[in-house]
Design a protein around this ligand. Sequence first.
Ligand code: SF4
Length: 604
Amino acid sequence: MTLDVLLVSPPFWDPYAPSAANPALLGYLRGQQCTGAQIDLNQAYFLDRLDPLVQGALSDIADPDVLAARVPTEHRVVMGLDQAAPDLLRRWDISEETMTLEGFRTAIASWDRLDALNVVDAIMHYGYFIRHDPAIAGAIDDRAALDDPAWAPMRRLVNELLLPRLERDRPAVLGLSVLGEQQLAPTLAITQWVREAGHNPLIVWGGSHVRAIHSMARNGPAWWRRLPDLLVLGEGETALTTLARRARDAQRTGAHAWAARMTFDRRPNQPGFVPGTIAQPVERVLVTSKRYEEVTTLSAYDFDGLDLHGSYLMPWPTIPYQGSRGCHWGLCGFCDHEEGYRLHYRPKESEQVVDNLLSYRERFGIEHVQFVDEAIEPAWLRDLNDELERRSLAGMFRWSNYSKVSVELDSTLLDRTYANGGRLILFGVESFNQRVLNVVKKGIRRKDALATIRATHAAGIRSWIWLIAGLPTQTPEELAGDIEDLRSLEGIVDAVSVGRYRISENSDIYREMAKYGIIEADLAHPMEVRYTSGEQIVDNAEIARLYYQEYYPQAIGMSLTHNRYLLFADALKREGSGPRGPRPAPRRAVVGGATRTGEVLGNI
Ligand code: SF4
């Protein structure tokens, strides 16, 4: 048997649910009569390492020196630790069994103790994402680090799961999806091991982190830059399909080293050019012509090959899904999504969305969805409600989504959304100060932000808000006003994620710093931004003090959890007792920084 494409999700990604990237690609490839399959190596690795990572985390927490040196403040706050705790689990009345896949899934589905669930999540998060041996990240700079014993468990898993598939299925293309920076080291390790084992499919790296990878490959002597045959930048459906067909044809010639002999033209007017791809030598390509897919041509995601019901942490299998690509607003000055993408807003028709949801239910038994669109547009949400009601599907699905606050998100629309299945909305609010909102082009009004959050609460839908301290031109007095506004939402908002402003290379603010009053910024220290307000230089030390001493603790105190899955699960549990369900008393939790671009990784 031969496959056209084998897709792999590398380790160090979200263990609660699969990512959208490979299922979206697989659905599209199969719709184009290409053969494909996928392996979630992230989930396989997480489950393989779960016991040692938990034991390692607990051992760090029990040791005063290691706790102080390695465990981040956010994790310590969640665990309620001001000193080392050899008895952490007993303190929180958490059994050893809860620290297993089945134990945690059962706890998420049944416990009325979000604070204890937060502790389990923090232990696993620390063990999986933070507590890495230095040789793991070290492999990015030094090929020799791959020989360190720290890599042995991942290598064993690749030997057991991936290499036999390559041997058996002989895929023409091996695609690795790199969604975050922590996946780069596993990606280059896997590619290196595949090459060493003598497999030579066309190896393609894609995903939202590829742009950063390309910059690294161009700007430094990265030892790994020749490992992949191509990078795919941006949306990859058409590019990967084209590559699959060409690679399949090349493979069928039976020529020795057929993949290495394939050539790719660099100019869009040349016949061998594939839009959105960067061929070797990658460092010689400055920009590539990107492709933005026509969303009506996109297929339903295909989760074939993933154990949706048994191997992810969410006990209600929950899948990510995009009802649109790009952003319906697109103008926020701080936004670090690639400009072409965010300004190319392409919503799917509600009929297509509901058809897709029904297919997930019929084919995979899925009724829980997280819409991972950048921000759901009110008109789009109205259409979704219309379509669900028109087909008598109200209440069949449960979902969460991201949104921008809007006067159109009123109680009528939110009540309908609850009735039809909406249970959690994550809002990018950023600030409650109208002047600051105007400066950063957020396109929202302060009073609409406060009203929308209250209306969401009144409709029985959980809310999560993001706020940013130290947006350009914001004064300490204005930040103090934001803190007061946040206090006014005590008991109304369910989770608050507040972070300090970090300047990003890809944002409008960075491109036009003077316009935003910025007089000093350094991408290597993105929070150390100095700016003016009017003629005055703003005291950024006072902004930082307000953030650490008042804003962040206030956000922690108001948040039921720091994890969107746990908040969504809590909403599902509580609706069992009535149409709205009782709301829990707020409990102390912690919410981390303001990272929420692309797929949200980790939750602390
Ligand atoms: S921050 Fe969010 S709402 Fe603003 S442009 Fe970016 S994706 Fe759109």
